[in-house]
Design a protein around this ligand. Sequence first.
Ligand SMILES: NC(=O)c1ccc[n+]([C@@H]2O[C@H](COP(=O)([O-])OP(=O)(O)OC[C@H]3O[C@@H](n4cnc5c(N)ncnc54)[C@H](OP(=O)(O)O)[C@@H]3O)[C@@H](O)[C@H]2O)c1
Length: 325
Amino acid sequence: MQTRQLGYSDLQLTVVGLGTWAIGGGGWIYGWGPQDDADSIAAIQRALDLGINWIDTAAVYGAGHSEEVVSRAITGRRHEVIVATKGGRILEPGQEQPFARLKADSLRREVEASLRRLRVEAIDLYQIHWPDPDEDIEEGWGAVAELIREGKVRYGGVSNFSVAQLKRIQPIHPVVSLQPPYSMLRRGIEDELLDYCAANNIGVIAYSPMQAGLLTGKFSRERLATRPDDDWRPRNEHFQEPQLSLNLELVEKLRPMAARHGRNVAQLAIAWVLRRPEITAAIVGARHPAQIEETAPAGDWQLSAAELAEIDNLLAWREQRLQES
Ligand SMILES: NC(=O)c1ccc[n+]([C@@H]2O[C@H](COP(=O)([O-])OP(=O)(O)OC[C@H]3O[C@@H](n4cnc5c(N)ncnc54)[C@H](OP(=O)(O)O)[C@@H]3O)[C@@H](O)[C@H]2O)c1
């Protein structure tokens, strides 16, 4: 699979990275319902077998559980994998609602806890998960810079930051990467973030490229109706009307295009995200090995100009219908 350099770092990331939010399991407000750890470990190991060389996790995913599962899965294979995690959103064990904290002492404690759970000597990429509370982003970023100087973190990035917030922290320490949402259904970063990141040598690792499973060609109204209470998706606007019908209709319109290449809609959604040169990589979630087997080949699919134009038309159609609804 092709690789791209992450910002100014010496990290060469495969264009498909593995996301492990769902692997954190259920039982909290942003859970994905019950998750089998054996499936998770098999999915992570399969991703590495397929050539994926980096994993994104976060302390908040299942109150540290995702990091622990990642650690178990990469035992003996640490040298094969770039580990990225995030902090600043804290979920206490047994709680359902996380809280935000970017004070320096708190982030320092979080990094120590992530190092222990991941059982690594240094975190390759440590990211501030959300710019929240906004007034503390300079303090939090200063703490990340210090942890880099101490060797506990190799590179520092941020997630969900705006251009204005990036500009505030850049003088403290150069940001190596931004982790924003980006999919056919969520194109906000095209307005100014992609330009700003390219101009400032900030890598972009796009999350939810399949819009949390909606753009896989396998999601359905029936599947949505049977999701457990601790799956966050039924509460999300993309999975609710008027968007849901339009999104499912869009998938049906994309299906023949993917089929022409003997591929699936999930790969099409990921390849579309990767078409932009400002994007370093897409973070692709998987809950069992078959899912990553189906999505990883997106990393080698370059869409033609004609196909991109066809998709543009479909997205314009969806946008128009959404405005009218
Ligand atoms: N920084 C942030 O704030 C933030 C926010 C969101 C995500 N992220 C990161 O980005 C990663 C990816 O985003 P995401 O997990 O939200 O969304 P995604 O990658 O767009 O979708 C992943 C989900 O799609 C379903 N899926 C995956 N492969 C499939 C296949 N082959 N066929 C059918 N369904 C399939 C699975 O859910 P089901 O099987 O349950 O349908 C899976 O959990 C996360 O794991 C996390 O690391 C970061």
